[in-house]
Design a protein around this ligand. Structure first.
Ligand code: ATP
Length: 233
């Protein structure tokens, strides 16, 4: 579904990615793990066209997308749940959800307001509240719900459980599991290795802008001590 080939990304003269290659297959959950500042957000933003790559190529469903603007990449079926949630603060929950609703890929059972509220019942009680009045966990649910309203095939999640209480974090993992069962592919950046190992199929470890390890969940758990320094856990 997604093939990232040898990409490099710069911020001005400063190089952040040094030849990253990754694959996400249909229906898979893939993780990108690493310490702070190693290039996880830059990788996600490079796929999404936010920090355009300077070298390499990115294919989505066999079509090159690395030259496209973000909104066009979204229209092809990739949606981003950004680090820090970034919900529209002065819109209500309902407005956040309906504002970017679209079903451009003609899903037979598209995401709509009711489906999002079924996935996150907590949002029902807050449907007419301004987004900036929500708790961190509710804002995260809203950010995921908002991305789903574009009916993506691939969801990119950047630190979706960061700063959340354990109970709320579990709620987010429960929801991601449910999305996996619905067949949505995901590329997840997170620091909770045990939770990731439960839900994900393949893991990539990034260090200083390069992939230094890749493997499945049982390999990751076996190698956790060896990889401890690179994982930052
Ligand atoms: P974190 O977990 O802290 O978000 P990360 O793994 O997502 O870390 P990135 O944010 O992708 O890492 O940063 C990778 C490198 O690029 C770091 O050296 C960082 O300082 C640099 N960088 C990130 N954003 C910018 C920017 N806007 N301008 C210049 N350098 C940047």
């Amino acid at each position: 579904m997604l093939t990232v080939q040898n990409i490099e990304t710069h911020y001005g003269a400063s190089q952040a990615l040094f030849g990253i290659s990754m694959h996400v297959r249909n229906g898979e959950v893939v993780t990108l793990i690493g310490r702070n500042g190693m290039g996880k957000t830059t990788s996600i933003n490079s796929i999404m066209g936010i920090t355009p790559i300077t070298r390499g190529s990115i294919f989505f469903e066999n079509v090159r997308i690395e030259h496209l603007e973000s909104f066009k990449i979204n229209r092809k079926g990739i949606a981003l749940v950004p680090e820090g949630r970034q919900v529209f603060p002065n819109l209500t929950v309902r407005e956040n959800l309906v504002a970017i609703s679209a079903n451009r890929n003609n899903h037979t059972s598209p995401w709509n307001l009711n489906k999002i509220l079924d996935l996150f019942p907590q949002l029902s009680a807050r449907i007419d509240s301004m987004a900036n009045l929500l708790s961190g966990g509710e804002q995260q649910m809203l950010a995921i719900g908002r991305s789903l309203m574009t009916n993506p095939k691939l969801l990119l999640l950047d630190e979706a459980t960061e700063g959340l209480a354990p109970l709320v974090r579990n709620e987010i993992w429960r929801c991601l599991n449910k999305l996996k069962k619905e067949g949505i592919s995901m590329l997840v950046v997170d620091k909770n290795i045990k939770d990731l190992a439960r839900i994900a199929d393949v893991h990539y470890v990034i260090e200083k802008g390069q992939i230094v390890w890749q493997g499945n969940s049982s390999e990751l758990l076996k190698q956790k001590d060896f990889l401890g320094d690179k994982l930052g856990v």
